[in-house]
Every structure is written in C-alpha cells, then in structure tokens.
Design a protein. Structure first.
Length: 338
C-alpha cells in the first residue's frame, strides 16, 4: 500500500532510522504496517508465532532488507522472545492477537490468554525497556449490543463475545498502565478492516474475504442472518495510517480509545452485491444461514476523536478498497495457476 504524498512527507522524517516493533507483524494488518514502516525508513522487528499466518507476506522484505526487517518467531506470551523483539524500540505497535468472534466462542480461554494476558506481557516489556509509545489494536466489537449509532467512544462497552471481552480488557490494561506507570499508550478501535492478504480459507474468515473467495470460485457467499446487518467496512490502509499517526504523535496519550473506521456503513446484502459485480458474477445471490452467537447487528464509527487526537482521516473509501481487494484476489488466482 502507498501512503498519500502529504502523509508520507509528514511521517518520513519521524520514522526514518527509528527502531520499532510490530507484534503480529506477519499477519494481515501487521504485514501492511511493516511495508509502510519500511518505506518510511524505519528498522522493524516483527514478533509473531505464525499461529494465524505464514512468513509469506514479509519474507521478501526480510530477504531484501535483512538489516532493517528482523523476525522473531515466538509468542508474545514468551518473555524471552518478547524482550528480544521490544528492546531498543521507540514505538511498539501491538497487533498480535487471536481474532474472530466465532473462534473466541470455540476457544474462550486461549483467546483470553493471547489477547488479554498477552497484552499485559507486552505492557510489561514496554515498561521494562523504556519504550516511548505503545499503539494497541482494539476492536469495534467491544460496543457489542449497544443500540446507539454511530458508535462514540464515550459509550459504555457492552462486549457480547469472549473476543470482545478480551479486547476491552486489553484497553483497560493500557489505560491503567498509562495512569499507574506513566506509559504513553493508545487504543485504536478498528471497524471491520478488509483488504489484500486477509485470510479467506477458514471458518473464521472475515466477511469481505469470505465473500470474495466464494464469488471468485462461482459459489454463493453465505450470510448469517437476513443480511440487513450493517458494518463500517474499512480498507486496511486506513488502519495502517492510524497506527503510523498514533506512533508518530507528540501527544502524551493516556490509553484513550479511538475509533478507526470510515463513518460509512454498508449492509451485508449490499456488500455481497458489490463483490458479486466486481468478481463478474452479478447473478449469484447469497445463501442465508442462522445468525451466529456473538455477532452484533449494526456497527458504524464516529471518527471525530481520531481526527482530533491523531489527525486521522480515511484515505481509501469502501468501494475503492473493495476494487483493490478483488484485484488482489484475482492476481492471486492467476499466480496459483501459473
Ligand atoms: N481484521 C479486522 O477487521 C480487525 C478488527 C478489529 C481489530 N482487529 C485487531 O487487529 C489486530 C490484527 O488483526 P489481523 O486482522 O491482522 O489478524 P491476523 O490474525 O492476520 O494477525 C494477527 C497476527 O498475530 C499472530 N499471533 C497470534 N497469536 C500470537 C502470539 N501469541 N504471539 C505472537 N503472535 C501471535 C498471528 O500469527 C497473526 O500473524 C488484532 O489485534 C485484531 O484483534 C482486527
């Protein structure tokens, strides 16, 4: 992904020659963040246990720039691996987690261990190593069943899944470590991030990837429920920009939660229709199954706080992002044929 020129020019002098750490940097969002950091001149250490990814997305970067992209294969739950990854970093971007609401319903304890205890370990490492900034990846799922739209950060979180509970716990850890130990921490609440590299081949796949995967193969996408649920689908470059801005800020963040979305919502039926057209299958209608436990009806971000606190403005809208994502899926299909 490419940053707009004005953002690049603003961020490059800040990240050039900085040493940063990206937990979960082999994953979907993390690997795009690593790409951007490398382009900005940073030296990056990635820690990832590859439990939900492979080295594929960052292997070429490691090969190309071995001195500037280092990889620690290990868990954030393992203090030695974490210390190796965090030492000398000025910013830690914490993305390592077990995502997916349905997976958390199946594996609540493991979800808690990685997402909540793992975040605690990251905070302790950040503290021990005197890291200046910790930027945490949180989730809009923490709003749960709260009926208000759009979701404003001042709403009381109402987590309705083990995943959401683990994410709000992580947020509270960051804000309490900020007030107790004076750490500079911020929680970015992502709203349904999608884009190239998002995995599609499991029962836990996110909806855009699952729809694209099904439709490109000429199959019906599956919608759980009537499809009138809405989401603020946010292209991955927006999440990357939010991380870069937060990590570069001079503000003394104190664990605030900040929504990262676009402020536009799309129903699952609309989404299926758009992807059906983009994949050349406008005639394929979705198939409906019963609603899954932990799924929320509607989600839409109010992004004023992100604008005010970190200077965030979405750079890619949903339609443009979907086009780019489908093109990527098509290029992958061609590659696997050749
Ligand atoms: N994708 C979304 O729509 C979305 C929405 C809200 C929040 N988030 C959050 O953003 C972050 C990144 O999500 P993603 O979509 O890129 O998911 P992802 O699964 O692609 O990335 C997470 C990475 O963390 C790694 N990981 C898992 N457990 C680990 C451990 N114990 N130690 C080290 N690494 C570990 C995985 O192998 C993976 O590479 C996560 O914190 C997720 O909760 C994502």
């Amino acid at each position: 992904m490419k940053l707009p020129t004005d953002q690049f020019q603003k961020l490059e002098p800040i990240y050039r020659d900085q040493r940063v750490c990206v937990t979960g940097g082999a994953g979907f969002i993390g690997s795009h963040l690593v790409d951007a950091l490398l382009a900005l001149g940073a030296t990056i250490t990635v820690i990832d246990d590859l439990s939900n990814s492979t080295l594929d997305h960052i292997a070429s970067l490691i090969e190309l720039e071995p001195a500037r992209v280092q990889f620690v294969q290990g868990s954030i739950l393992d203090p030695d691996s974490l210390n190796d990854a965090v030492q000398n970093a000025s910013v830690v971007f914490h993305l390592a987690a077990l995502g997916s609401v349905p997976r958390s319903v199946e594996e609540p304890q493991r979800t808690w261990q990685v997402n909540a205890t793992g975040t605690l370990r990251v905070l302790q490492a950040v503290r021990e190593h005197g890291v200046q900034h910790l930027v945490n990846s949180s989730s809009s799922s923490i709003y749960g069943d709260a009926p208000e739209l759009p979701k404003v950060e001042s709403l009381l979180p109402m987590p309705v899944s083990p995943y959401a509970a683990s994410k709000i716990a992580g947020e509270h850890l960051l804000s309490s470590w900020a007030s107790t130990y004076g750490l500079n921490t911020i929680n970015l609440r992502y709203f349904n991030i999608f884009g190239p590299r998002q995995p599609a081949d499991s029962a836990y796949a996110a909806v855009v990837a699952a729809f694209a995967h099904a439709l490109l193969a000429g199959n019906q996408p599956v919608i759980f429920g009537d499809g009138l649920q809405t989401r603020d689908f946010t292209f991955v470059s927006n999440a990357v920009l939010a991380n870069l801005l937060a990590g570069a800020s001079d503000e003394p963040f104190q664990g605030q939660a900040v929504n990262i979305g676009t402020g536009q919502r799309t129903s699952l039926l609309e989404l299926a229709g758009i992807i059906a057209k983009l994949t050349g299958h406008p005639d394929i209608a979705p198939r409906h199954e019963t609603v899954r436990a932990g799924d929320v009806p509607h989600s839409l971000a109010e992004i004023s706080r992100a604008r005010d606190l970190v200077g965030y403005e979405p750079i890619v809208g949903v339609e443009e992002g979907l086009k780019e994502t489908i093109q990527w899926w098509q290029s992958q299909a061609l590659e696997s044929k050749s």
